[in-house]
Each structure stands twice: as C-alpha cells, then as structure tokens.
Design a protein around this ligand. Sequence first.
Ligand code: ACO
Length: 320
Amino acid sequence: MTSRIIGTGSCLPETVVTNDDLSAIVDTSDEWISSRTGIRERRLAKEETTTSLSLEAAKRALADAGVSSKELDLIVVGTLTGDYITPSAACEVQAGLGAVNATAFDINAACSGFMFGLHMVNAYIRAGMCRTALVIGAETLSRILDWSDRSTCVLFGDGAGAAVVQAQERGLIAFDQGSDGERGACLACRGRTNNNPLVQTDKTYGYVQMDGQEVYKFAVTTVPQSIRRVLENAGTEAEDVSYYLLHQANLRIIQSVAKRLKLEPERFPVSLDHCGNISAASVPILLDEVNRKGMLHRGDKIVLSGFGGGLTWGTSLLEW
Ligand code: ACO
C-alpha cells in the first residue's frame, strides 16, 4: 500500500504586484529582480488569509479528486504563517470544509512543509491510520516580510496549493527528507516579543532574514543529492522522470539543479515568474498548474522536491 495524489487545487490572492510596483516601495528594479531570480510578479494577500486561500485550494482539490469532505480522515497544512497560533490552519480548513471525520494539524517545515506533510500522510496511510487525506501548503508571507529590506521582500508571494492523497497500490515510490538545524540561522524569522513580566527581553526582530548566498549553496548541493538518492532507491533513471517540480525559490537554483543532474531545463516547469517564492505552497501550486495544463498522464513518473528554512529538504518520486 502506498499514497497516490488523486486531485490537486490551488488559490492565489487577487492582487498582482509587479517588479515595477515594488520599485516604488524599495530601491530595486525589474531588471535586478528578474535577472537574479526569474521573478516578474507575485500575488499578495489583502483581504485573503492563509485560511481562506487554503480553503479555496482544498475545495478545488476535492472537486478535482471527486472526493467529498466527509471522506477525509486527515488534514495536514504545511505553513509558517498560519493566521493564529491556535486553532491551527488545518483545524480552520476542517471547519470550513465540514470535514467532520478528519484529524487536523499543522506542521512547520518552512519551504519543505508540503513535502514533509506528504511524507507524514504516507506514513499514516502505510500504518493503516488513514485512507484519504488532504495535504496543503499555504502561506501569507507578506505578513512576515520586512518591506524596507529589498534583499528579501522582492522574493516572496502569497498563496496555497492542495493535494488529495489516497491509499492505493501505486503512487509514491520513494522519498528522501532531512534537516540541518546547525545551519538554521541562514534563513530565519525569529517571531514575537516575550510578554512575560518575569522576563526581560530585547525587542525581537520578527521578520524574515536571509543569507542569500548560503541558502543558494545549500540548495544547489542538497537538492541534487536528495533527488539522486530517491532515484537510486527506486532504481529509476533520471531520464525516465517526466517532470521535476522543485520548490520555486529562484530560477538560477532550478537551472543549476537541472545542470547538475545533466537534464534539460524543459523537465523543470516553473511558476515563480508569476508567483514568486511561496515557501510551503510553491510545490503544490506548481503541481496543480502542471496538472491542470494536462501535462501529466497516468503512469508518468514525477519528482517533487522542497527545500528551505530549518534548514530542511524533502523529495518524492511518484507515479502519477
Ligand atoms: N534590488 C536591487 N539591488 C539589490 C536587491 C534588490 N532587490 N537586493 C540586493 N541588492 C543589492 C545588494 O545590496 C548588493 O549591493 P552591493 O553590491 O552594493 O552591496 C547587491 O545587490 C548584491 O547583493 P547580494 O545579496 O550579493 O546578491 P546576490 O547576487 O547574492 O543575489 C539572491 C541575491 C538572488 C537572493 C541570491 O543570493 C540567491 O539567489 N540566493 C538564493 C536564495 C534564495 O533564492 N532565497 C529565497 C528564499 S529561501 C528558500 O526559499 C529556500
């Protein structure tokens, strides 16, 4: 028994923000952003929330799968920007869907959140604890960015992607995942100030901070290694995989991974040009786009790979 993705959905906020729009906020340019990252525009939430984007993505994924919310027995949301500390985004989604038979919780693995969620659901399925699950990656990163820091605020966007996963004979073939907490500081968001009257704390810097070059080095070495491990474990040749759907951090990272695997860039679809980097939501949004374009056929092999804060990484080889 393994896990098969039987439906996908995604949702982006209404508001489009171009690179030129950002150059009115910080000292940047379309030329700098697009040549360094491949990003041309992103969607930013105004009215939307992590919950509302997740809920819409979930409804679209359930409709695509032909599954009712009552059939769900597990909902996992990968996010670092849930609307509340509690209830979790997953519980909010459960309530919105009326998925009364599901257990629901969030996980925080930053940009690997969807992949870790998928692997966790697979473990539940293999243990017989679950039959039909919803895995969501969702973020409103705009809430945790420093909008005066041009080195980070131009990179990210908001949105949600979802997949319905079911216990079946074919689907997930092999996976790899890992973490390196020693290097966590190169991509951090330290969070809230401590309000405890017994504790004296400095004002905490609550926005995303990044050492871009360290993250770049991590990504271009760890991601190809992780993909190679998965292919090796499955006895699959890199050329036998139709598409490699990578976390959409940066076009140069994706091109470098393709080159290191000696694969043509056409096997690496992108959504970052119009979405930017949406952390945990990047992989499921890209998967949904590729699925809806009719690029996936039953029996095709695809690789999904997420990597980012923690540091963390997770890769799956799937039969579609
Ligand atoms: N517009 C204009 N100039 C900028 C901007 C901007 N938005 N941001 C930085 N600069 C300037 C810097 O101030 C610096 O100027 P200086 O030379 O006068 O000091 C110059 O551009 C070069 O800055 P670097 O940080 O060295 O730029 P670099 O070439 O490394 O590119 C980038 C930055 C694109 C982030 C790169 O490091 C990278 O690709 N990193 C990968 C990490 C990544 O993509 N992270 C995304 C989130 S993490 C994740 O999802 C895994």
